[in-house]
Design a protein around this ligand. Structure first.
Ligand SMILES: C[S@@+](CC[C@H](N)C(=O)[O-])C[C@H]1O[C@@H](n2cnc3c(N)ncnc32)[C@H](O)[C@@H]1O
Length: 461
């Protein structure tokens, strides 16, 4: 669903009206006959589902369309939770993933490691469950009992002791005290059984299972933007963990005797504006991704809890370090030193869009700090994407193709940004030979009545 942080002051869009009237094409997604639903319904993908991710049907569509096979190598330069890579692995196609967000690195590696020793995992899970039970028995989780008998019950510790472990800035409005304490017990149990004693792949397995239940145990909602819902005092946190590990073990079991479990992959923590520093020149046959789009999304916000609890990302400075590795996609990750726009300086389509945004800002007498950044954001976003497209040209083989799933945007004063159309213009100017745009789906919006186009742009080297 298209999302907009800052409510538009207008509700009419001539571009949408023109497109709706004049372009009658069936969205590709409709050919999936309702199958293309949440990634939660798919094995491996459901180990951790990213709210801004996409369904496996998109990479599958591209793989089938271009007859990509195990002799090819795929790259997703905005890997996120590795949807493209998991689809590729399932078809025995080797892949690379590059991602800027620290948290997704562990998640991506876990989702792609299918050759773990299942018996060992089962044994470790038993030990972790025993530790969870033992630790839980040491605490009193009953608030009333604590109030009434605190003087008498010296046998058990107050669960609130565990809330002293809360990272600063992660208050009760994000996660209530009891679920937080329970999460700390699971984390402690995993630490005691696994951390420093087992190979990194085993560490990743249990830590992904754990971190995937942080948001479901919290008061955070993504519907569609980052929000805080009515706090719940408790959740069945231990059961959620138990079920998640079970699900993951059963997925591993399902590929136990299948050669696909050994399909090669490499997950790289980096900034795709420097792709050729990580990926050998001319080594990639196809690139399939959904990049950030100019929709005013601040991507670290969507993994704030996991980054704090799992990756020890605590301070604003820590968050800024990650944000600087990312493309500018929101008014909250523009910094003084940003200068990606230089790579698209003078582009007529971007000039047209940003002039229109500025005109509407002037008409509305907009003075707020974030609104003043709108045009800079749009220039920086397309400038950053131009850098990624240039780097992609270096790592692609001649004849190789790059498919990007992007949505149009109304995020800035309701000016219609035709993302795929502008990216194609940039790509052809950089030296790609061809650019095909297909309608993937129409996305509903909460802030206006139009359905924005989500399109696949495929450019060829
Ligand atoms: C739309 S999401 C991709 C979703 C993903 N394919 C999935 O399956 O979850 C865009 C991703 O790009 C990442 N990103 C943003 N800027 C980046 C950059 N410069 N280099 C690498 N990754 C970046 C974000 O952290 C986010 O995970």
């Amino acid at each position: 669903m298209a999302f907009c942080y800052h409510k538009p002051t207008r509700d009419k869009c001539e571009v949408c009206e023109y497109l709706e009237k004049n372009i009658k094409e069936e969205p590709i997604i409709s050919t999936f006959k309702g199958k293309a639903s949440s990634a939660n319904n798919y094995p491996f993908h459901n180990w951790y589902n990213f709210v801004l991710g996409y369904v496996p049907d998109f990479p599958l569509y591209i793989i089938n369309k271009y007859k990509i096979n195990p002799k090819h190598t795929i790259l997703d330069p905005f890997m996120g939770t590795a949807t493209t890579n998991v689809v590729a692995k399932d078809l025995c196609i080797p892949s690379y993933g590059v991602e800027a967000n620290d948290y997704f690195i562990g998640v991506g590696k876990t989702k792609l490691t299918w050759d773990l020793d299942i018996e060992l995992l089962v044994e470790l899970k038993k030990k972790i469950t025993n530790r969870i039970q033992k630790l839980t028995s040491e605490y009193n989780f009953n608030k009333e009992e604590i109030n009434l008998f605190s003087e008498f019950d010296k046998q058990k510790k107050n669960y609130n002791e565990l809330n002293k472990l809360r990272p600063e800035g992660l208050g009760e409005r994000y996660i209530s005290d009891i679920p937080f304490a329970k999460l700390m017990i699971i984390q402690q149990a995993i630490k005691e059984v696994v951390d420093g004693k087992m190979p990194i792949e085993i560490y990743n397995f249990f830590h992904t299972a754990f971190s995937s239940i942080i948001v479901p145990s919290s008061n955070v909602s993504y519907g569609p933007g980052f929000g805080i819902k009515k706090p719940r005092e408790d959740y069945n946190v231990f059961d959620m963990f138990e079920q998640k590990v079970k699900r993951m073990l059963s997925d591993l079991e399902s590929v136990k005797d299948n050669p696909k479990r050994y399909t090669k992959f490499e997950v790289i923590h980096g900034d795709s504006r420097h792709l050729s520093e990580y990926i050998p020149t001319g080594s990639i046959d196809y690139m399939i991704t959904s990049p950030p789009y100019p929709g005013d999304h601040e991507y670290t916000k969507y993994t704030k809890l996991e980054l704090m609890i799992e990756n020890n990302v605590m301070t604003n400075l820590d968050f800024r370090t990650i944000k600087k590795r990312m493309l500018v996609g929101s008014t909250t990750n523009i910094y003084k030193e940003c200068n990606d726009r230089i790579s698209v300086e003078g582009n007529e389509l971007i000039t047209e869009v940003t002039n229109e945004i500025q005109k509407r800002l002037d008409e509305d007498g907009a003075t707020s700090g974030y609104e003043k950044l709108y045009t800079k954001l749009v220039w920086e976003y397309f400038g950053g994407m131009a850098l990624v497209l240039s780097e992609a040209l270096k790592v692609l083989k001649p004849g190789g193709a790059f498919s990007l799933l992007v949505s149009d945007s109304h995020a800035f004063k309701m000016v219609h940004i035709r993302t795929a159309y502008i990216l194609r213009d940039i790509a052809l100017k950089i030296g790609y030979s061809d650019g095909l745009i297909e309608l993937w789906q129409h996305k509903k919006s909460t802030s206006h009545s139009y359905n924005l186009r989500e399109e696949i742009l495929t450019i060829t080297k």
